[in-house]
Design a protein around this ligand. Structure first.
Ligand code: ARG
Ligand code: ZN
Length: 858
């Protein structure tokens, strides 16, 4: 069944209060739910109370204390007929957490019990109007074996505890803040806490706990620091204060997504909590900080103001991603953070927006909402709000968000409510801008720069491509930060903001004797793709001189993209190849040597564009050709800049361990340099990689070295891989890395390796982190996935078919890579399509996978 946004109806009945009573057991948990039910004056007046369920059965139903038998089931839902205005409805259910491999609802993980309710998991625990516009206050009582579940947690504050019979104990929790069911959480298990406190700007002293399995507590300090920084930052940047006396975070090793913002009880994938230098890379540290911030920021953008329905998901996710991006930018290097965020957008969101699963940031319809937790809703959603901020300026944008929070606190709001609040609070007219919410597809911007006498004319043309269900598009407002550089002085006379809101627009600039060099979309002010054929010399100029760090990165990328795309399209004759390489080589050498650059930024400038991003530049891509061309450039750069790279590697290797930007930058360029050295001279690369591996005093260096070795056909490879596995046996997150880096390796036998790893004793289909470690790596590895014979496609197809009955949500995440077939050369495209058809032929497919496969076949 397809759910449409336009069909929204307010609930007929409201549930102001919920009492939940849990008798906990790993194999059987018994739940008694007591709902205070009142008629919604805004509802349609029906006497039927619809309580959603999913794979549960009602053991007993009582209305106002009396058992009733006239309830009905409508598919998975329970329908109860009510008269009058208010009732108490009680429902008993029982679930088996140990058998819950979907990891939605109440499930067991390593002997502990935990919940995941967003989006529709609460209905797998008890019958309830499981929709985000029904807000209730929750009181929870839970009882369980004291030895098995020494710690009992739920949302809000603990109000009472006690001992029961037969070694049981119990706890009562009360959350005073009305919330939708998707924010409910419960955790029971053997956990230890890293405890601290935070005093809010209003003087509230908040107890903070990060709960982990015994033995993991030494790896929680970075998460705690990140939490405290988040709380402080949200007060300063958005005026948002925490609103309970307690904030708990629990780390769980079996988790479908990154983390979950349940009120006062965030549940996290262990990979976004645990970090120490020995087991986590610098990137892992950043991810912990970002996700801790993200979930904390949801307390306002998501919990205090929640979503009316799931079509509004970007209301909380787009905004909260923007908030976590701003937070991370303030905690570290803003320039590097912006580049990383744009890279993610281009690799994950651009392909989504140009493929069969394209959808607006506020979708119009869905079959399974879990499939819409996408890079579009999250990351493009953040970009859209960032554009509002760019147009308003920081102060006016803040006035807009202040108004939004004040106006909608305690409500289930819509994206329209958000836009209206920014409009009113920031004083913007966003009438046309709303198209960013309704239209899918990445706008394509064509740029022309003409120079005539002393007048320079910039002509911009936009086209929003057709996407499934949206053949015709209207022009959107595109805010572009630009600067024009004078070729003679090497300077520009100030940045300007131009907004293109028509199909075509021209902007004129005076005072340049020679054609200026255009720096456009600085800071990536708009999430668009730009088509601007420019001379290598202009790109080299910008790569060396642009004072906007993103634009500098962009020029470097442009230089390489232009060259590689021309190469794979057969448009590079010998002369053009030589010229293109020379330009790239010169720009690279300048980056390697530039004393003004910090190493974190230097590392960004050294990253070559991803193969998926290159494929995105072509109507129909040959992944084999792209890979070969890109690898050839790496090898050329590795030998052309060999001396500089070796000097860089040596310099970086001498920097002692630290968590400061300089030490982190050194680690970043160390592995970057190593990668290119190995491309140019594999024997030298292997020698240096093994040395780096042996000398490593952090996971960043050790993993970096091992990644380089994993791609080499060198004797050092097996030795290092075996050492790594042995060294980290029993540490799940690090063993994930061991799987992942082998799955990502550009090794000629990578497919054989992946098959062997799938049969390894440490591999399991029931842990999403492990599945993703091996198979997301494989699916993103062009050598494995795009194997000419179609072996990679078969592997992913088989995985989807095997994983679907175990964990449909995770299985569905593997479909989009196969869905790219229309943009791939015909031989591979046919193989990809055949694999999708093989999946579609499975009669018992989950709704999750069915939706993605059907749409992908088109
Ligand atoms: N709201 C969570 C976050 O972004 C994601 C939870 C999604 N869970 C799911 N099963 N789809 O922080
Ligand atoms: Zn979120």
């Amino acid at each position: 069944p397809v759910i449409h946004r336009e069909d929204y109806l307010p609930p007929a009945w409201l549930i102001p209060q919920v009492l939940l009573d849990f008798r906990l057991g790993v194999d059987a948990t018994h739940v008694v739910s007591t709902l205070s039910v009142t008629r919604n004056p805004e509802g349609n007046g029906t006497s039927t109370l619809r309580l959603n369920g999913d794979q549960i059965a009602p053991l007993a139903v009582r209305v106002d204390g009396r058992e009733v038998n006239d309830w009905r089931l409508d598919g998975p839902d329970l329908l109860v007929e009510l008269t009058g205005e208010a009732h108490s409805v009680e429902v008993e259910t029982a679930v088996n957490p140990a058998a819950n491999s979907q990891l939605m609802g109440l499930y067991a993980s390593n002997g502990m019990l935990c919940t995941q309710c967003e989006a529709e998991g609460f209905r797998r625990i008890t019958f309830f109007p499981d929709r985000p516009d029904v807000l209730s206050t929750y009181s929870v009582k839970m009882r369980g074996d004291k030895a098995q579940f020494p710690v009992l947690l739920a949302n809000g504050n603990c109000t009472a505890t006690g001992e029961g019979e037969d070694g049981t104990h119990w706890a009562e929790w009360h959350d005073p803040w009305p919330k939708p069911s998707y924010l409910f959480a419960l955790v029971a298990g053997d956990l230890v806490a890293n405890h601290d406190t935070f005093t809010t700007m209003g003087g509230r002293k908040v107890d903070l706990n990060i709960w982990v399995r015994p033995g993991d507590e030494d790896r929680t300090q970075h998460a705690m620091d990140s939490l405290i920084n988040s709380m402080k930052w949200d007060e300063e940047a958005f005026g948002r204060e925490y609103d309970l006396d307690l904030f708990n975070i629990v780390a769980v090793s079996d988790f479908n997504m990154g983390a979950m913002e349940n009120k006062g009880l965030n549940v996290f994938n262990t990979r976004y909590v645990l970090a120490d230098p020995e087991t986590a890379t610098d990137a892992d540290y950043d991810a912990v900080e970002g996700v801790i911030g993200h979930e904390y920021f949801h307390n306002w953008s998501g919990n205090r103001v929640t979503c009316r329905d799931w079509f509004q998901l970007s209301l909380k996710e787009g905004f909260t991603v923007l908030r976590d991006q701003m937070f991370s930018a303030d905690m570290g290097s803003a320039a590097v953070k912006r580049i990383e965020d744009v890279r993610v957008l281009r690799i994950a969101q651009f392909p989504e927006d140009s493929g069969p699963l394209a959808h607006p940031i506020r979708p119009d319809s869905y079959q399974e909402i879990s499939n819409f937790y996408t890079a579009t809703v999250y990351n493009k959603g953040a970009e859209v709000i960032r554009m509002m901020r760019t147009m308003a300026g920081p102060e006016r944008f803040r006035a807009g968000t202040d108004l939004y929070f004040a106006r909608h606190d305690g409500e289930a709001a819509t994206c329209e409510d958000f836009v209206k609040a920014i409009e009113d609070g920031a004083g913007l007219d966003l009438t046309q801008f709303r198209l960013w919410y309704s239209q899918a597809g990445t706008p394509q911007l064509t740029v022309e720069l003409d120079h005539d006498g002393a007048r320079t004319t910039l002509t911009l043309t936009q086209a929003v491509p057709a996407t499934p269900g949206q053949p015709e598009k209207q022009p959107v407002p595109i805010p572009l930060r630009i600067a024009l550089y004078d070729r003679d002085t090497g300077a520009h006379s100030g940045e300007q903001l131009v907004v293109l809101d028509k199909d075509t627009g021209s902007f004129t600039f005076d005072g340049f004797a020679k054609p200026p060099v255009l720096s456009i979309n600085r800071g990536f002010s708009a999430p668009v793709a730009i088509d601007f054929a420019r001379a290598n010399e202009d790109l080299v100029f910008l790569a060396a001189h642009d004072d906007d760090p993103f634009a500098r990165y962009e020029a470097m990328q442009g230089l390489v993209v232009q060259y590689l795309v021309a190469g794979v399209s057969g448009r590079l004759d010998d002369a053009a190849r030589t010229e293109g390489r020379a330009a790239i080589g010169a720009a690279f050498a300048a980056v390697i040597d530039d004393p003004e650059l910090d190493d974190l930024m230097r590392g960004e400038l050294m990253i070559l564009p991803a193969e998926t991003y290159l494929a995105e530049q072509l109507l129909v891509a040959d992944p084999g050709a792209i890979h070969a061309e890109r690898e050839a450039l790496k090898a050329w750069l590795g030998s052309e800049c060999g001396e500089g790279l070796k000097a860089l590697h040596d310099r970086a290797a001498a920097v002692p361990y630290g968590r400061d930007a300089a030490a982190r930058g050194a680690r970043k360029i160390k592995t970057q340099a190593l990668t290119l050295i190995a491309a140019g001279d594999p024997a030298e690369g292997a020698r240096r990689a093994l040395a780096q591996y042996r000398a490593a005093d952090t996971m960043t260096d050790r993993q970096g070295a091992l990644m380089v070795l994993a791609s080499l056909d060198a004797p050092e490879r097996a030795e290092a891989l075996a050492d790594f596995h042995q060294r980290y046996t029993g540490n799940a997150l690090v063993i994930d890395k061991w799987f992942s880096l082998q799955g990502s390796a550009f090794h000629p036998e990578v497919l054989e390796h992946i098959k062997a790893l799938a049969g390894h004793g440490d591999f399991t289909m029931t842990n999403p982190n492990r599945v993703r470690a091996l198979y997301m790596a494989a699916a993103s590895n062009p050598v494995a996935f795009h194997d000419e014979g179609g072996e990679g496609y078969r592997m992913i197809g088989e995985l989807i078919r095997k994983l679907d009955p175990v964990n449909p949500q995770t299985a569905a995440r593997f479909v989009p890579v196969l869905g790219r077939w229309r943009r791939i050369e015909p031989v591979r495209a046919a193989l990809m399509r055949a694999e999708l058809e093989r999946i579609a032929a499975v009669p018992t497919l989950s709704r999750d996978v069915r939706e993605q496969v059907t749409k992908s076949l088109g």
